[in-house]
Design a protein around this ligand. Sequence first.
Ligand code: PLP
Length: 363
Amino acid sequence: MDLTKFFVPWYDKIKPYTTDDIAMAWENPELHRMFVNENPVIPSEKVVEAVANAVRLGNRYPDNGVRVRKKIAQRHKVSPDNVYIGNGSSEIIELMCRLFLTPGDEILLPNPIFSLYELRALNVGANPVSIDVTSDMQYDTDAMLAAINSKTKLMVLCNPNNPTGGFIPDEDIKRLLEAGIPTLFDEAYLEYHPDHESKDHMIEEYPNMVVSHTFSKAYGMAGIRFGYALADEKIIQAFRKIQIPWTASLLSIAAAEAALDDMEELKKKVDYNNAQIKYIYDELSKIDGLKPYFSYGNYMIVDATDLGVNGQEVVDYLFDKKKIMIKAVKTLKDRPGIFRISVGKTEENKACIEGIKEFFAAK
Ligand SMILES: Cc1ncc(COP(=O)(O)O)c(C=O)c1O
């Protein structure tokens, strides 16, 4: 019996998020993981202790994070009824796709951007419409607005954007939100810049806006899995209606609470990251013809197109010579030279810079 004929008709268009490289990194601990925007700093003892205490109650189902939602709500000056918690912010992406997209609908995405939005939209039969950033790596707001049509049911804005690293000007955010399309406003990396305000307060004026945050980046808890959304109560209730229950586990809730109570630890991680970003940017700026783009996240794109180099060549060189894993950014057709480095440990960043200098010296 051929069960594939019962698969959803758009099955062949679905693309998985490949985690083979992450599996390879776990299997080969000598490899340097500078490819998936992880935090190189391990969780604090306070987080470890909180998780250890929670696991002793692991026979019980968790609640929906009454306490942690209160803490998040206080931080963002919203009501706990405006807060949804889940298994990383990937879950928020998933819920947005399931809530707003049906087969044939369009999701509007800037390009390049985190790949999961497109993949989860394909999973529900929707069609991604990608709008290239401008030559200075900023969202092309006019082109995005022009691409909106009756099929557009979801838009994603990522601030600061992964992988380009910049913030969207306030005026553009407003213009895009005013289109009235349900919009995921992803602030996954915002904690790295506490000086830059969250757009949390805009959910009141724009009920079409969902702001998402994660503990996978500045908080350094990617493997623990915790993220949240801030939105109008109606959307939060809709998420609760369609969600799989208990996606935020007792352990991840405990870890998130402990992290929220320890702002000193967050600041330590943020200061480390931002100093390393500056180091990487300054060093790569010294290479003639190479163009690093300053980033407000824990990653940086570098463009070697003008040197006639393909980003994948740099990726392969670092892997072969230094056991360093970075990533090629292949979705901007006229800029094939782009690669992305995620901030690693001090020695890893140094070795990565050395490797890149060696590579270009030999060119
Ligand atoms: C922009 C952005 N949003 C969301 C995520 C997903 O993070 P998580 O599901 O771990 O919260 C990532 C991960 O890299 C990301 O870059």
